[in-house]
Design a protein around this ligand. Structure first.
Ligand code: ATP
Ligand code: MG
Length: 232
């Protein structure tokens, strides 16, 4: 999935400027940058939630600009937006079933087994109201939904927000496992060292522009690149 020359405005204010970014199947791509840099806006544009002013967003070489979010999701792009976006009034089980509503009964059953095998504590809470779960458990539901939906691309916006470090540590192998199954993961992460450790490539945004694209190792070796982007 690739983005070229993307411009996006919110409330008539330009928030993304000529953004180029590619996420590859089976790879984790880290997207870093300070608060307000435009990371979430990029995810929302890629998911079809925010309109592009100009530029292209392509999936398998086909433009998806202007498609409805549901159509983009149906073609295999799953965004896990910032914040805990589970349906609070639904049970955990129903939230997971919603994510697999396009699957056959048998496929849904096995997808649920995989997701609950990954997050066993959700199995014990299947009938609980999702809104009553802890923040960490809600993020598990959001990730389990992504596992069940089996997207081709997963856009994960600050999965670790508000989570205890032990829970964050649990999410890492889940993301790596999804990538090893061929899913292209875009990882927005406040814990930059963690993202860079597991990413295959990295981008840094500064005020709506990409200011670095390259190897994670390059950012690890040259911390001043990130420092200046986070101070901008
Ligand atoms: N709901 C909104 N309506 C209008 N403008 C918004 C909205 N949310 C964010 N913006 C603006 O869009 C720009 C980019 O913000 P965005 O949320 O995409 O950055 P971010 O990199 O995700 O930041 P953070 O690390 O805080 O999540 C900022 O100037 C911000 O003020
Ligand atoms: Mg954000």
């Amino acid at each position: 999935m690739s983005v070229h020359g993307l411009n996006v405005a919110r409330n008539a204010k330009a928030v993304l400027h000529d953004v180029d970014l590619t996420i590859l199947p089976g790879r984790i791509t880290a997207l870093l940058g300070a608060n307000g840099a435009g990371k979430s806006s990029l995810v929302l544009a890629m998911a079809g939630v925010l309109p592009a002013t100009s530029g292209t967003i392509a999936l398998d070489g086909q433009s998806i600009v202007g498609l409805r979010p549901e159509a983009i999701r149906a073609s295999g792009v799953a965004a896990v937006p910032e914040g805990h976006q589970v349906l609070n009034d639904l049970s955990v089980e129903d939230n997971l079933k919603v994510a697999g509503s396009h699957l056959s009964r048998a496929q849904l059953r096995s997808a649920l087994d995989v997701a609950l095998g990954t997050f066993p504590e959700l199995r014990e809470r299947l009938q609980a109201r999702s809104g009553n779960l802890s923040g960490g458990q809600q993020q598990m539901v959001a990730l389990a939904q992504a596992v069940i939906a089996r997207p081709r691309y997963l856009l994960a916006d600050e999965l670790s927000f508000g989570l205890a470090p032990v829970v964050v540590a649990r999410l890492v192998p889940v993301l790596q496992n999804l990538a090893s199954q061929g899913i292209g993961v875009l990882l927005i992460e406040q814990f930059t060292h963690l993202a860079l450790k597991i990413a295959h490539s990295a981008y840094v945004m500064e005020r709506g522009r990409i200011c670095f694209a390259g190897e994670p190792q390059e950012l690890i070796s040259n911390p001043e690149i990130l420092h200046s982007a986070y101070l901008a």
